[in-house]
Design a protein around this ligand. Structure first.
Ligand SMILES: Nc1nc2c(ncn2[C@@H]2O[C@H](COP(=O)(O)OP(=O)(O)O)[C@@H](O)[C@H]2O)c(=O)[nH]1
Ligand SMILES: [Mg+2]
Length: 300
């Protein structure tokens, strides 16, 4: 190494639900740390992914989307999203440029506009966007937000991501790294394991069921043979949802368990035995301890 200084800083990734924030955080980390689904509001808590480039360690805060909150859980999510941007060294505003700029996106833009942190504008999903529309949108938003830079990227194909990453790395203040080089996230394995199972609920269940579900890792045993035995509880609000989660002859729960087990094993790099239990608790949205488990503050 030369005597170049190390850098460390916080990058807050903010945007409307489904803009591609979690996909972008994973792309900047270079490995999957945040769960992703086509359904809006998959991300619930603030999660930090850690990206490294050119002597810089970037603490990437993946936030829940900004939207109009209704339930207590929704309020906690939106609060966590804005709090995630406080004192960030850079705020990355992610806009889905293939979608219409509707009221939800407007809400985020107005919120970012009012904040003092330096910002970078990211127009995501260029792989499916109309090029002309993209340029018009870029010009309009750049004028309004006066960002430090505008990037047009695809978080899924990786197009434009290295340029964005290099820019953010250079923008971080000098300082010693906060985490060991091989650490990719601040979430514990228990939390990531619960998130990976929750991701399967979003991918495999329809309609409202995943939104009214939570996953908790209840028990974790590391075996001598190197494998992990993990018990998780899937909390849902109604009996009728239990039938959906379990499926005919238990087929759906089995498929959820198989896919989640594979994802958790890949994350941990070792064999996993996963046991899922479905529990109906109409009031889990009002359970304070669960908020801690999923990394959210209780929002009154
Ligand atoms: N075509 C395309 N889809 C993307 C891109 N980035 C994200 N997505 C998809 O958009 C959906 C929402 O992504 P996600 O990262 O969960 O969005 P978040 O809610 O902002 O965290 C998922 O289905 C992603 O696969 C992109 O660059 N191009
Ligand atoms: Mg997300």
């Amino acid at each position: 190494m030369t005597g170049a200084p190390t850098r460390v800083g916080v990058v807050a990734v903010i945007g409307a639900p489904n803009a591609g924030k979690s996909t972008l955080v994973n792309a900047l980390v270079g490995q999957k740390v945040a769960i992703v689904s086509p359904k809006a509001q998959t991300t619930r808590a603030r999660l930090m992914g850690i990206g490294i480039a050119g002597g810089s360690q970037m603490l990437l805060v993946d936030t829940p989307g900004i939207f109009t909150p209704h339930r207590r859980l929704d309020r906690a999510m939106v609060k966590a999203a804005w709090e995630g941007t406080e004192d960030a060294d850079r705020v990355v505003l992610v806009i889905d440029c293939a979608a219409k700029v509707g009221a939800r996106v407007e809400q985020v833009i107005a919120g970012v506009e009012a904040r003092p942190e330096p910002r970078v504008l990211v127009l995501n999903k260029v792989d499916i966007a109309d090029k002309e529309q993209l340029l018009v949108l870029a010009a309009r938003l750049a004028e309004r937000l006066d960002p430090e830079r505008v990037f047009m990227i695809s978080a899924t194909t990786g197009d434009g991501v290295p340029e964005l990453k290099a820019h953010l790395a250079a923008a971080m203040p000098e300082g010693p790294w906060h985490f060991p080089e091989d650490q990719l996230t601040d979430a514990t394995d228990r939390m990531v394991a619960a998130e990976l199972t929750r991701e399967q609920l979003y991918l495999q269940l329809h309609a409202e069921v995943p939104y009214s579900a939570a996953v908790e890792t209840e028990k974790w045993e590391d075996r001598k043979d190197g494998s992990a035995v993990i018990h998780q509880q899937i909390l849902i609000e109604r009996d009728s949802q239990k039938a959906i989660v379990v499926g005919k002859g238990g087929a759906r729960l089995k498929a959820i368990g198989t896919a989640a087990r594979e994802a958790i094993a890949e994350h941990l790099g070792r064999k996993v035995h996963l046991f899922l239990h479905v529990k109906v608790n109409p009031k889990w949205d009002e359970d304070r301890t669960l908020y801690q488990d999923i990394g959210l503050d209780w929002a009154d």
